[in-house]
Design a binder for this molecule. Structure first.
Ligand SMILES: [Fe+2]
Length: 149
């Protein structure tokens, strides 16, 4: 393993964070129904947290010597998460975001493992911090699923 392996994993993490950031922000705009106010607010909390994280992840990429893309498609081309084109109903939005928050933890774990193999504790620490944030978001989303819907 080399540092470029860490750079590669961090770029996947940055890409996935951008995809999920964008999806969460779009759902903040497009959610409808009786739970509009609470979901609109929860999605805002989550996309705001992720937006800040994109800066930390990108700056970690720079700190270890790589460059990021300079446009959305370059940055997001490495993503493992999918974009969404349709507008799902509110309950489906919650399920999609919960699932993505669980999925992104897999990219974060992989990056953390590569960081450990390369004795890069700072990258490992950032990945663990991101795992905690996404697991908390997944818990809040999963707790909001309307089982009767
Ligand atoms: Fe807004």
């Amino acid at each position: 393993m080399t540092q470029s392996d860490i750079q590669k994993e961090l770029k996947i993490v940055l890409a996935d964070t951008f995809v999920l950031y964008f999806k969460t922000h779009a759902f903040h705009w497009n959610v409808t129904g009786p739970r509009f106010r609470s979901l609109h607010g929860m999605f805002e909390e989550q996309y705001t947290e992720m937006w800040k994280a994109t800066d930390e992840i990108a700056e970690r990429i720079r700190t270890i010597g790589a460059f990021t893309g300079n446009n959305p498609s370059d940055i997001m081309k490495d993503a493992t998460l999918d974009h969404v084109s349709q507008t799902p109903d509110a309950n489906e939005m919650i399920k999609m975001l919960a699932n993505d928050n669980r999925e992104i933890v897999k990219s974060l774990k992989k990056a953390a493992e590569v960081a450990v193999e390369n004795d890069d504790a700072a990258t490992e620490d950032l990945m663990i911090e991101r795992m905690q944030a996404h697991e908390e978001a997944a818990w809040m989303l999963e707790s909001s699923i309307d089982k009767a819907a």
